[in-house]
Design a protein around this ligand. Structure first.
Ligand SMILES: [Ca+2]
Ligand SMILES: [Ca+2]
Length: 309
C-alpha cells in the first residue's frame, strides 16, 4: 500500500518509535475541512490564483504516487517542502528547528540549544501487536524547545494505529507545531487519517493548516480512493479519487475561501505529477466555479464559469 509504505519509510528513517500511556487520539487533531465560510471569488481573482489552486489538486496526485517529498527522511523537511512556495517563512522556521539525524537516536529527553526539551520515544516501549509497522502510539514532542531564536512546541511527529490487532485497521499521522520567533507566531498542522476498505479502496481525511500572525493557508478534504478495474492485482497503480473539502487562502492581502469537489480524478502510476482524467471544482459563495478538467498527464484546462482562463 503506497501510503503505508510512504509512512514506513518516514519512520524507518527516524529509527525510533515510542509508546506512551494515556496516548491522545491523534485522529481528533487532524486538520479536517476548514470551518471558514466561503467568500466571493471573481474572474480576475481566479486568473491570478489559478496556479495555487491547480497546485493544490496536483499535490494530491503527487501524494498518490508515494513520494512524500524529495527529503522524506525528515518530516519537518517534508512539511517545509509542502509549504515552501506559499509560505517561505514557515518553511524556514521548520528547517531551523529541524533535528539532525544523529540527535534523533537519542532516547528519552534531550535539551535544546537555548532551553527547553525534546522528548523522544524509548525503543523498549514500542508496541505494535499486529506487526504492521504502525505503533499503537508514537510521538516526538517539542516542549518549549528553543533553537536559533525559534521556540517550538507540539508534535514534530505523531503516529497511531487505529486498531493494533488488525493490520487493515487504519492509522493516523500528525505533525502539529507551534512556533514563535520574537513577536511572530506560527502554527503548522499536517495530518492524515487513513481508513482502509475492501479490495484496496480507502478513505482519507487529509488536511493542513498554516497560520502565521494574521495569515492563514488551510486545505482539508474527505477523500475516497477506488481502485480501477484494470485486470491486474495491484489496486494502487490506477484508481479514482473523489473528495469534498475547502480551501482557505488569506495571505499577502489576498483573501478567499472556496468549497472544493473532486470527481473521478484518475490516478495512474505512469503519471507522477497530475491526474490523467476527471475534474476538480472550486466554488465561491455565489456559485461561481473554477474547474480544472484533466485530459491527460500534465494536460488540463482551467475555466471560470465555463470560460478558459
Ligand atoms: Ca500496529
Ligand atoms: Ca490495478
Amino acid at each position: 500500500m503506497k501510503l503505508q509504505v510512504k509512512l514506513f519509510g518516514l519512520v524507518a528513517a527516524l529509527g525510533i518509535l515510542a509508546a506512551c500511556s494515556g496516548a491522545p487520539n491523534l485522529s481528533n487533531n487532524v486538520p479536517g475541512v476548514p470551518s471558514d465560510s466561503p467568500t466571493s471569488f471573481s474572474q480576475s481573482q481566479a486568473s491570478a490564483n489559478k496556479s495555487a489552486l491547480v497546485g493544490a489538486i496536483n499535490q494530491i496526485a503527487v501524494g498518490l504516487t508515494g513520494d512524500f517529498g524529495p527529503s522524506s527522511a525528515s518530516p519537518t523537511e517534508a512539511a517545509a517542502a509542502l509549504v515552501e512556495k506559499e509560505y517561505p517563512t514557515v518553511a524556514k522556521d521548520l528547517r531551523r528547528v529541524q533535528l539532525t539525524g544523529g540527535s534523533l537516536r537519542i532516547q528519552g529527553t534531550a535539551n535544546c540549544e537555548q532551553g527547553g526539551t525534546v522528548t523522544f520515544p524509548d525503543d523498549g516501549d514500542i508496541v505494535d501487536n499486529d506487526g504492521d509497522g504502525i505503533p499503537v502510539y508514537a510521538e516526538i514532542r517539542y516542549n518549549n524547545c528553543k533553537e536559533d531564536g525559534v521556540t517550538a512546541n507540539g508534535l514534530l511527529l505523531g503516529m497511531q494505529d487505529k486498531n493494533d490487532s488488525n493490520p487493515a485497521g487504519g492509522f493516523t499521522f500528525l505533525i502539529d507545531l507551534s512556533l514563535t520567533d520574537g513577536t511572530d507566531t506560527a502554527r503548522l498542522a499536517l495530518g492524515i487519517d487513513y481508513t482502509p476498505g475492501a479490495g484496496g479502496a480507502y478513505n482519507v481525511r487529509y488536511g493542513y493548516l498554516i497560520q502565521e500572525n494574521d495569515d492563514k493557508l488551510a486545505f482539508g478534504v474527505n477523500m475516497s480512493y477506488t481502485p480501477k478495474s484494470d485486470g491486474n492485482s495491484d489496486p494502487y497503480d490506477a484508481g479514482f479519487v473523489n473528495f469534498t473539502g475547502r480551501f482557505v487562502y488569506k495571505l499577502d492581502g489576498e483573501n478567499y475561501v472556496l468549497d472544493m469537489k473532486g470527481e473521478n480524478l484518475e490516478h495512474s502510476s505512469s503519471c507522477t505529477s497530475t491526474f490523467v482524467s476527471g475534474k476538480a471544482t472550486f466554488q465561491d459563495n455565489a456559485g461561481n466555479k473554477l474547474v480544472i478538467q484533466y485530459t491527460g498527464c500534465n494536460s488540463y484546462t482551467v475555466t471560470y464559469n465555463g470560460n478558459p482562463i
